[in-house]
Design a protein around this ligand. Sequence first.
Ligand SMILES: Nc1nc2c(c(=O)[nH]1)N[C@H]1C(S)=C(S)[C@@H](COP(=O)(O)O)O[C@H]1N2
Ligand SMILES: [Mo]
Length: 155
Amino acid sequence: MGMSGLSSATEPLPLPKGPVVLTVSGKIEQTNGNGVALFDLETLEGLGKASFATRSEVSEVPQFFEGVPLRALLERIGFQGKSLRASALNDYAAVIPVEDLKFEPILATKVDGRMLTIRDKGPLWIVYPRDAHKVLQDARYDYRWVWQLNKIHVE
Ligand SMILES: Nc1nc2c(c(=O)[nH]1)N[C@H]1C(S)=C(S)[C@@H](COP(=O)(O)O)O[C@H]1N2
Ligand SMILES: [Mo]
């Protein structure tokens, strides 16, 4: 309040207009619900864009991923924590330390030009640029590729 002139991160988060694809809770500054930040796909995609091709634990053939930088999401909501608990529609969860931002992981919405569907690990899939960093070519990171992501809890 009254802090005009600061970055866009101080603008209130818009209320979701479409179906909510991602709910962020925990140590965050910006909320638009009951202490949580709710995103529809359009608002989420509006936060930024990133893309790269990489192989993965699930594909030996490189796939082209497009989505939103995880960093852009965390900056927009005023992230205050040290790690993220990323959980999925199927109740799978993984802890992602904030240091992983150095790899610029994305919340992928598309693979090979197609929107990710729930049946195809979507609508959101945490994807790391695995081929670009030897250290990422390891089960320690593969389990952080949470597919069918729908919640992030900031701790
Ligand atoms: N939603 C969800 N994401 C997940 C998993 C899962 O069971 N559910 N398994 C993780 C693990 S352990 C790995 S190695 C990769 C690939 O797992 P998959 O071969 O079961 O797709 O996805 C990760 N993301
Ligand atoms: Mo795994």
